[in-house]
Design a protein around this ligand. Structure first.
Ligand code: ADP
Ligand code: MG
Length: 368
């Protein structure tokens, strides 16, 4: 079993290390969405209200194992001080190569003077990093309230979804996500694919994709997935129209064959309507990855339409992924979603595998 906060026993007077996921979106040192900080507050308050001293620790961005002012925790620390006064926050864990290298000496330094460990960093639980898997080897440990909710919802989707269950995938982390598509086909009834991810699939269908973002070495994987989907009667829905920029940099609308030099940056209106219909007819929908480069207003329509369908559908809706959550927040639709997950890769991997390294580590804790 995975220990919960109650399994920590009396925390009064104890120093508790809480691994949080404060990997917030930043623009020039300014936090653009503090959702991940606010999401950790229930666990922090649970502990402080019982007399514990809370020390939080997180990574931020990808600083490559050395201090880098661009990824300083200072802005996060300032926001945390407003939301939870008196709670400490360590410096960016990834400033030390021992974090990603899962170095036992780094893990030992983190828990020096610490009495108990709480993992509330769902977004990092799919990584066997020092701060995730190290402390539970020695300290009484627990999953925080946020992690507990994530696990309940995502395992629920995996184990007993109301059908039809549709997964909508997009975004730009193509190869990261393609790995899970195959096993997602075991879990869902249909896949809907937009975002930059669709171009590698369109290329696998032999269509010209112009100068759009794609991953040539994943074409074979996409071709195999399309064949699997056809053989198993689980459709993969791809866009039927694309909007983007032509070779001269002018806004343009295309079918699924893009001319030389054209870049696709969003699904077109026809695809957005078709995807909405699929979402409206489903009883469970999991969405990860924006349908286009929604940060640019010209290419936000596809993501906005899909987000609106997610808000309107009667289906049970779960959204994972930092940028997908940011898009929902930007459209002010986040309150209309049943569960906005704090993890992108982690939510996909938990759906795919039913377990994560961070959860396995907690199951091995001395108090488990
Ligand atoms: P998430 O954080 O939700 O998991 P990703 O990180 O995989 O999503 O991808 C988000 C990014 O994908 C956004 O910044 C968006 O601009 C980009 N994106 C989506 N569609 C395209 C596209 N067609 N071309 C280029 N970038 C895209
Ligand atoms: Mg992202």
């Amino acid at each position: 079993m995975i220990p919960t906060l109650d399994d920590l026993g009396d925390v009064a007077g104890k120093r508790v290390l809480v691994r949080t996921d404060f990997n917030v979106p930043m623009d020039d040192g300014v936090i653009t969405d503090d959702f991940r900080i606010r999401a950790a507050l229930p666990t922090i308050q649970w502990l402080t209200s019982r007399g514990a001293t809370v020390i939080t620790a997180s990574h931020l961005g990808r600083p490559k194992g050395r201090p880098d002012a661009r990824y300083s925790m200072d802005p996060v620390r300032a926001r945390l001080a407003e939301l939870a006064p008196g709670v400490e926050l360590l410096e960016n864990l990834r400033f030390d190569p021992g974090e990603e290298g899962n170095d036992p000496a780094f893990a030992a330094s983190l828990i020096d003077g610490i009495d108990a460990y709480v993992d509330d960093a769902f977004g990092a639980c799919h990584r066997a990093h020092a701060s995730i898997v190290g402390p539970p080897r020695v300290l009484p440990s627990a999953m925080g309230l946020l992690l507990q909710k994530e696990v309940e919802v995502l395992l629920g989707l995996r184990e007993h979804p109301k059908r039809p269950f549709v997964a909508v995938l997009g975004g730009s982390k193509i190869s990261d996500k393609l790995g899970v598509v195959e096993s997602l086909l075991n879990v869902v009834d249909a896949l809907v694919i937009g975002g930059a991810m669709c171009f590698t699939f369109l290329a696998a269908q032999g269509k010209p994709i112009g100068a759009s973002l794609w991953e040539p070495d994943q074409v074979d994987t996409c071709a195999r997935l399309l064949a699997t989907s056809a053989a198993r009667g689980k459709p993969i829905h791809l866009p039927e129209d694309i909007v983007g920029l032509d070779a001269g940099g002018n806004f343009a609308t295309y079918g699924t064959r893009l001319p030389d030099g054209a870049k696709g940056f969003d699904i077109g209106p026809g695809s957005a309507a078709a995807f909405s219909d699929i979402i409206m007819d489903a009883r469970t929908v999991f969405w990860n990855g924006p349908m286009g480069m929604f940060e640019d207003d010209r290419f936000a329509a596809g993501t906005r339409t899909v987000a609106q369908a997610m808000a309107d559908t009667k289906a049970f809706t779960v959204v994972g992924g930092g940028d997908s959550a940011a898009a929902l927040a930007q459209f002010r639709l986040d309150d209309e979603i049943d569960h906005v997950s704090t993890g992108g890769g982690a939510s996909l991997e938990l759906l795919e595998l039913g377990d994560l390294p961070g959860l396995a580590a907690l199951r091995g804790a001395p108090n488990a």
